[in-house]
Structure formats: structure tokens, C-alpha cells
Design a protein around this ligand. Sequence first.
Ligand code: T5A
Length: 213
Amino acid sequence: MTGLYIALEGPEGAGKTTQLQRLSARLRSAGLEVVETREPGGTAVGEAVRALLLDPARHLSPEAEMLLFAAARAQLVREVVQPALERGQVVLSDRSVYASLAYQGFGRGLDLEVIRRVNEVATAGLLPDLVLLLDLPVEEGLRRDVGGQAADRIEGEGVEFHRRVREGFLQLSREDARIRVVPATDDPERVEARIWEEVRRVLEGRGGGGTRT
Ligand code: T5A
């Protein structure tokens, strides 16, 4: 595979969607072909699963939740991510398998090794080449995210849950060199510039796309 697989991660309201659009524009200006996607979602099946996962009226067990995220991911990898990487395109994904480790692992308390094994099947061992972890205090992210809309099922978890998720992401970043922490409290222009530095470094120093575990 010759493409490049980049995921944006972070606690709620970190600015992933905003920055994904800005990064996409920069990459296109540099002459690269970009495929934008999101998790859960990005395919017809994945979007249906997303609606189920985020519906505040549903009560899902942590195990069912983890498996549904993995099911949506399995469809996305085969239908969108792998084909785009094979075409040599850049895949920009709003979230990835790392969200399952942070939310279902650190947040819900499921065993990280079990999540890894399930997702090994879901992703066929494909991991992002680069994970941009937009980090900010949980309270600030939740404040930004409100925007007059009702919280989805996961957003609506208590602040302690979201603190465990943030700490989980930071712990993962200390153990995994593909995760780069980008402070997300600055204004969007500064965050964008910082992200571009990270991506340019990877573009300059790399060969093939997507990393097999
Ligand atoms: N999930 C997901 C799991 O539990 N397990 C998994 O495996 C996966 C894949 C859906 C939920 O599913 C969970 C995580 C989530 O709870 P999501 O759609 O990514 O995932 O949900 P959110 O994280 O809530 O994403 P949001 O779209 O709400 O937030 P973003 O994308 O991080 O932030 P964005 O860009 O929409 O910005 C939010 C607000 O802040 C402003 C924006 O204008 C907007 O109003 N903003 C800034 N304000 C000030 N300074 C900046 N630098 C700003 N950047 C953006």
C-alpha cells in the first residue's frame, strides 16, 4: 500500500472535525488526493451503527458497545480505508481504533488486550500511520461541544468518565510513537499550524501507507 492513513483523536469537543477540514485543504493544495471519513460511520452500514451507538435512548452494555464500534470499523476498513490506501490516497479519519482503547478501555473499564484482539480482526491489523491527539481539559471540550444541541449517549457520560478517557489517550501516547499530542486549547489557526508540522514531517520521511501490526 502506498497511501497515508492519518487519524484525529481527542476528548469530546477537541476540534477534530474543524482540524480535519483544514488539514484536508492543506493536503489537497499540496497536490495529494484525500479521502475524508469518520468513525463510527463512513459507510452506509457504519452510519446505521453510529445512530444506534449514539442514541441516548439506548442502553448498551460496555461489551455490546465495544463490539458495535468494532463492527462499524471492520466495514469501513474494507470498504473505504484499504481501497483508498491501495490507490495511493491520503485517508483522514475523524477517530480510529485508538478511540476504542480510550473510551471503552480507560472509560468503561474493559480489558485493553481484549479490545486490541477484537480490533485486530476488525482492522485486519491495519493501524493509522499517524494519530494526531488533540488534547484539552475535559471541561473545556464539553463546553465547546454543547452548541445548543442535546448530548449524544457517550457525550452525556459524567465528567469523571471523560477524564478517564483523556488520561487514557495521554497514557497511550506515552507508549505508542505514532501518536503525537497537539495542544488544542490554542486558537484554531495555531492548532492547524502545529498539525501541519507533524504531517509534513511524516510526509517527508515516509514510504508506504497504513501500518500492519
Ligand atoms: N467513540 C468513538 C467511542 O467511544 N469509541 C470508538 O471506537 C469511537 C470511534 C462519536 C463518539 O463516539 C465515541 C467518541 C465520541 O463520544 P465523534 O463524532 O468524534 O465520536 O464525537 P465528538 O468527539 O463529540 O466530536 P465532535 O464533532 O463533537 O467534536 P470535535 O470534532 O472534536 O470538535 P469540532 O471541530 O466539532 O469543534 C467543537 C466546537 O468547538 C469549536 C468548533 O467551532 C465547534 O463549535 N472549536 C474551537 N473553539 C475554540 N478553539 C478552538 N481551537 C476550536 N476548535 C474547534
